[in-house]
Design a protein around this ligand. Structure first.
Ligand SMILES: Nc1ncnc2c1ncn2[C@@H]1O[C@H](COP(=O)(O)OP(=O)(O)O)[C@@H](O)[C@H]1O
Ligand SMILES: [Mg+2]
Length: 451
């Protein structure tokens, strides 16, 4: 009977002698040897894809730990079995390493039947895990990637309101995906075959907004050589997306309001009333309630637009999505060019999780894309992403201290961040944090925070 050869990676400094011994003792197994991460990645990338590894533990456990993490970051799923000298088993770092990283351990000298059995089990287990984890990341039906509870909630809301004709107001920081949400609403509505017209209200010079949105007749003003169909009319049968609605000049807000009430437009220079069938989706990154109180935004227009509301959460509030989005971008851009880079190092993933992402998903996409081009290594490092210390929210992930001090520091930082987002408004901050004002004040006093 022909037994297909399974492969095992042997990793460690002394692997040459052991490899030879293992080769003799383990028929049915092909042993591939690597003394360092570079060698391991070469084997994994070009020759084989072993799903299990034997790691020979010498004294330098910390280095081994980093190495294993780097290898696993590329391979995704590997089951490790430690080969360890009996006298090292009693040492704390070795025990911790084994319990943190290994499926099983085997003391030297080698006991071939026992090791063969352990390898067999590990192989079976790795196969099971591999079936679950080698799935490509696909955007969902809304063309979006995200599995955090916050995004699940958003997707459920999109699904609920996509069929409605009522205006939608999408709120969220820049780069969070507001336009993507608007497109999702359009593409998943009965208007999907109609046009989707996106207008950035902040990018049109104030004196042109009227004609851009409503169009004009030939001769309506000097220079109007021909009739021009406005953007609202161009969206007839579809959706108009009014991005950065907070930047719409005040006098235009009245005209837009009238349109929302009547669904009728008049081109500049014409008295003809044209009925237009469009769904309006507006987006803003500014706090419109505040703009209303400062008389920069009309309250009546706000209520017209804010019939259905979607809030797109910033990336720092959905840490679970960071790695998913990074891996998805990586897959997307790998198709674009033959990148030598295999994936992210654990340190890069750690740095990404610790970063506050002021530019949200847009910033993440840009950093990953540039790192893939610029990286000199097989695994993207924090430096390739520009996240080597500077720009990272803080060095929390290498911070040491008692649990109380570290948690206290994290609470203080987070409260500070939310306070700043809410322009130091304590009531709004308390609401966002799910606390009462008095609890928040008490916490701030306890944490010695200024406000
Ligand atoms: N959840 C997501 N999944 C995939 N891509 C996303 C997601 N959110 C945002 N993006 C991408 O990030 C970039 C910025 O999104 P965009 O909708 O323009 O943000 P905003 O309008 O809020 O500034 C776009 O390239 C968009 O495709
Ligand atoms: Mg936008």
């Amino acid at each position: 009977m022909k037994v297909s050869q399974r492969e095992v990676l042997l990793f460690g400094q002394q692997s040459a002698v052991l490899a030879e011994e293992l080769g003799r003792l383990l028929p049915g197994w092909r042993v591939v040897m690597a003394r360092n991460v570079a060698e391991a990645l070469t084997c994994l990338g070009h020759t084989i894809r072993p799903m299990i590894g034997l790691v020979h533990i010498g004294r330098l456990v910390t280095e081994l730990q980093d190495a294993l993490e780097d290898i696993c970051a590329v391979v995704g799923v590997m089951e490790w079995i430690a080969l360890v000298e009996r006298d090292l088993l009693g040492t704390v770092p070795v025990c911790k390493f084994i319990s943190d990283h290994c499926y099983d351990f085997h003391t030297l000298p080698l006991d071939a039947p026992r090791l063969a059995m352990t390898l067999g089990h590990a192989h079976g287990r790795a196969e099971l895990r591999i079936r679950n984890s080698y799935q490509h990341i696909h955007p969902n039906q809304f063309n979006m990637v995200g599995s955090s509870p916050a995004m699940q909630k958003l997707f459920a809301s999109i699904d609920k309101i996509r069929g409605s004709e009522a205006p939608v107001l999408v709120h969220g920081e820049s780069g969070t995906g507001k336009e993507l949400v608007a497109r999702a609403l359009h593409q998943n509505s009965h208007r999907a075959d109609g046009p989707f017209v996106a207008v950035n209200c902040g990018a049109i010079p104030a004196h042109l907004v009227q004609t851009e949105l409503f169009g004009h007749e030939k001769g309506a003003f000097t220079g109007a050589h021909q009739r021009k169909i406005g953007l609202i009319e161009a969206a007839d049968g579809g959706t108009i997306f009014l991005d950065e609605i907070g930047d719409l000049p005040h006098d235009m807000q009245v005209n837009l309001l009238r349109f929302l009430q009547e669904k009728i437009i008049e081109r500049v220079g014409s008295v003809q009333r044209i009925r237009v069938d469009v769904r309006v989706i507006a987006a803003t990154h500014v706090d419109l309630e505040r703009a209303i109180s400062e008389k920069r935004f009309r309250e009546d227009l706000y209520y017209r637009l804010n019939v259905l509301r979607l809030n797109v959460p910033p990336l720092r509030e959905r840490c679970e999505d960071i790695e998913l989005l990074a891996r998805w971008c990586f897959e997307e851009f790998s198709l674009e060019k033959s990148s030598k880079v295999y994936g992210f190092s654990n340190k890069a993933l750690q740095a990404m999780r610790a970063y506050s992402w002021p530019g949200n998903v847009r910033e993440l996409i840009n950093l990953v894309r540039s790192a893939m081009v610029m990286s000199e290594h097989r695994l993207i490092r924090p430096e390739d992403l520009g996240l080597a210390m500077t720009g990272i929210r803080d060095d929390r992930w290498i911070e040491v201290g008692t649990l109380d001090t570290v948690v206290g520091r994290m609470e203080r930082d987070y409260i500070q961040q939310v306070l700043e987002m809410n322009k130091k408004n304590v009531s709004a901050t308390a609401k966002q944090l799910g606390l009462s004002r008095s609890t928040l004040y008490r916490m701030m006093m306890k944490l010695k925070m200024n406000y």
